[in-house]
Design a protein around this ligand. Structure first.
Ligand code: GLC
Length: 750
């Protein structure tokens, strides 16, 4: 439909019909309606039949047959026959679940994230969905916050690369109406990743400069990549909740970032303006949200019940409603829903695509690239690195993740554990056709949790854990006995998937006591321990790592996690992940990230009291951003610059040779950091400004070059503009954020 057609449609609608286009309801109500139980949950939530018959969009249900049925019935009833928009959280996969985004960030391969998003879109579109609430582009530097698992990490540049690629993966670049494409939704705008105390939904206190310089780039990058929608955050910024924040939404989002798409609230966030203390009634909340430009009201009736009265009383201009409704109609039009209201919903295609061999292959390949080798010492039995595991070694694989399918993370809403390859299955798949002196044995060793309080999970899962808790002593005894009889122990430990994600903030970032006891008791009888760590956030590892010869960080690796981990453990794949988020020594260090400032009293190793330092802990992270080991080794030559200065239009090429000095093929992530040595505001000691993941055979040497241009040197400067400032800069190139070799160049003022 062309623009005139949309305007004609808009003006043919009654005010009530327009307002209800801004209402988003749970698909739950439509499912109930199918069974004719209309009076059930709807009335509890106060949704009327009229609202349901004219709502603009639906959240949280999928399935080609189901959604076609709902769409058909809905359009027959709708006064103008306007199609529904079906939206859902397809955050890192639909049915084929990829690694959590924090793991994806560790791949340092945004192209893989694009492939993951393309795969998710293909499955979700066939299942009738039109939009996903992804990418989550929140910068995160506080592992107490459970939703760090949804972010690609602590760095603005890395996150910007990933958020743009994910948008392109979901939406394609030839139009939302194309087959297998769905609209993206960048969230949570803005600054949601910096809640005070790491406590979810809490207040965010960021200076405008830090917000714009550090937290804004990844949202902006996704919007520049064409993201069709943006979701408002729950938190306040400078005391104003995002859902009512006119400065944030109209001046920054619409003004500075030039976003013209649909702005949707988060779940219930408009109604939450009341507990925030900005509104006393739903009508006041609706008014504030409309003035801020919120186009869709997710799961409350603030708009549907109060906007009509606000317009009738002249408190809200109808033009404001028209603006928002037109954006919604334009989104439906871009998706081609007026011509094809079922879009790609197709039962047969859904069956073929979902969890297809090709999709599983993509998920496994991505998982392999997200695994981070954090430690790899020699096995005292073979006097060689304990990883990859030597086929000659008798192996026991133990721990609550030894054979556990719940490795999909907290936001795999449509993924199912029954489709997951566990570590045990992965190892058995790999070794099935191998001739081995002995095949690994497996044991749980302990329950995954000691205490089930506050950790939300299905009853059946809870029951499994309760049974294990009853057998705790026997499980431990069995594991210790097996460890005693084995050469090497692979210990699969970690957080429960529901210990991270939304509303899952923690102040002690440890493993459960039961898991710690399992490690301690096994260590007493066998020190050849390989830790495989499943978690949704950085944990406190110093003491744990002392008892392990090797540590492989696997995060929540998704549907194909078991195959990916087995391939790395047995050397079929050389691990190449690098940390996208720093691991602190202890919680007291938080927030910790590589991007530090000098301060006026920089700590530089000297024993002097009056410096910026702790009495009881190093300043740096225990495991730094960008860090990760390989089964091979790499050496770096000197950094070479093709010139020592450049003007605003110039380019400086920084080159370095990198060599695989080890005995097997491997991938290295060459990272470039730049320091602006002086500015009209304090500048950080370094910032990631480039990275390249390269694959090299043993002995191979490659010339790596980075182009440094003036835009790369810009920051949110003293005059609140994105500018660069002339002066001296340092460029570091190396394997992680602690690299020390540098060269200097000057940006000239012309
Ligand atoms: C949740 C989350 C948001 C999600 C939305 C819809 O509260 O904050 O990320 O997309 O509701 O499920």
């Amino acid at each position: 439909m062309d623009k005139n057609g949309l305007l004609k449609l808009l003006h043919s609608m009654t005010l009530e019909e327009k307002i209800n286009q801004m209402l988003q309801v749970s698909g739950f109500y439509f499912e109930y309606e199918e069974e004719g139980i209309l009076t059930g949950p709807m009335n509890q939530a106060g949704i009327t039949k009229r609202e349901l018959d004219t709502a603009g969009s639906v959240i949280g249900i999928a399935g080609a047959e189901k959604l076609k049925k709902i769409q058909r019935a809905y359009m027959e009833k709708h006064p103008q026959g306007i199609p529904l928009l079906f939206m859902a959280d397809v955050i890192y996969g639909f049915k084929t679940i990829f690694p959590i985004p924090l793991a994806q960030g560790c791949s340092f391969a945004p192209g893989l994230a694009r492939e993951g998003a393309e795969t998710a879109a293909a499955e979700a579109a066939a299942a009738g969905l039109h939009l996903t609430f992804s990418p989550m582009a929140d910068l995160v530097r506080d592992p107490r916050w459970g939703r760090v698992m949804e972010s690609t990490g602590e760095d603005a540049y890395l996150n910007s690369c990933f958020s743009a690629e994910m948008v392109k993966g979901y939406q394609g670049e030839e139009g939302l109406d194309k087959k297998g494409k769905i609209a993206a939704c960048v969230k949570h705008f803005a600054g949601y990743g910096a809640p005070l105390g790491g406590r979810d939904y809490n207040t965010v206190e960021l200076s405008k400069r830090t917000l714009m310089d550090q937290y804004m780039p990844a949202y902006a990058s996704a919007i520049n990549a064409g993201a069709a929608t943006v979701m408002a955050a729950f938190n306040t910024l400078d005391g104003v909740p995002a859902s009512a924040n006119k400065w944030l939404m109209r001046d920054i989002l619409r003004g500075e970032l030039g976003f013209e798409g649909v702005l949707i609230s988060d779940w219930n966030s408009i109604l939450e303006l009341i507990p925030h203390g900005l509104a006393e009634t739903k009508g006041e909340a609706a008014k504030l949200a409309m003035e801020a430009g919120m186009d869709i009201d997710m799961m409350t009736t603030c708009y549907s019940r109060h906007l009509q009265k606000l317009v009738d009383r002249g408190e809200i201009l109808e033009e404001l409603v028209d603006e928002g409704v037109l954006r919604i109609l334009e989104l439906k039009n871009k998706l081609g829903l007026f011509e094809h209201p079922f879009k790609d919903a197709d039962e047969a295609a859904e069956k073929v695509l979902v969890l297809s061999k090709a999709h599983r292959e993509k998920a496994r390949k991505m998982a392999e690239e997200t695994l981070v080798l954090l430690k790899n010492e020699n096995d005292t039995g073979t006097h060689a690195p304990i990883l990859p595991i030597s086929p000659s070694r008798k192996v026991a694989v133990m721990g609550p993740y030894a054979d556990n399918p719940h490795t999909l993370g907290a936001w795999a809403l449509f993924g199912e554990a029954r489709d997951t390859v566990t570590l045990k299955a992965g190892i058995q798949n790999l070794l099935r056709n191998e001739t081995m002196d002995s095949f690994p044995v497996f044991a749980a060793g302990c329950p995954i949790l000691d205490d089930l309080d506050k950790v939300e999970m299905p009853e059946a899962e809870k029951e499994e854990i309760l049974q294990q808790q009853k057998q705790r002593a026997a499980l431990l005894a069995e594991a210790v006995d097996l460890a005693r009889k084995s050469d090497v122990v692979v210990l699969a430990l970690g957080e429960h998937y529901a210990q991270s994600g939304e509303a899952a903030s923690r102040t002690v970032l440890n493993l459960s006591q039961g898991q710690q006891t399992l490690l301690d008791r096994i260590y007493e009888v066998n020190q050849e321990i390989i830790l495989v760590l499943y978690n949704g956030r950085p944990l406190i590892l110093p003491e744990i790592m002392k008892k392990c010869r090797a540590v492989l960080e696997v995060w929540m690796p998704g549907t194909e996690g078991g195959n990916a981990i087995a391939n790395v453990l047995y050397g079929k794949v050389n691990p190449s992940g690098r940390l996208s988020m720093s691991f602190p020594y202890r919680e007291g260090q938080i927030p910790v990230c590589y991007r530090q400032y000098s301060t006026g009293r920089p700590y530089q190793g000297e024993a002097y009291k009056y410096l910026s330092q702790y009495l009881d802990c190093p300043n740096e992270a225990f495991l730094p951003f960008g860090f990760g080991l390989s089964y091979t080794t790499f050496s770096y030559g000197p950094i070479r610059l093709n010139r020592r200065s450049m003007g605003k239009d110039g380019v400086i090429r920084a080159q370095i040779s990198v060599k695989n000095t080890g005995t097997c093929e491997g991938k290295e992530v060459v990272q470039m950091y730049i320091q602006d040595k002086k500015g009209t505001v304090a500048r950080p000691l370094r910032e990631l400004k480039g990275f390249q993941k390269i694959d090299m055979k043993p002995g191979e040497e490659q010339e790596i070059s980075f182009e440094i241009t003036e835009p790369l040197l810009r920051f949110y400067g003293a005059r609140e503009k994105w500018t660069s400032e002339p002066g001296m800069f340092r460029v570091y190139i190396g394997p992680d954020s602690t690299c020390t070799d540098f060269e200097e160049f000057e940006l000239l003022s012309n």
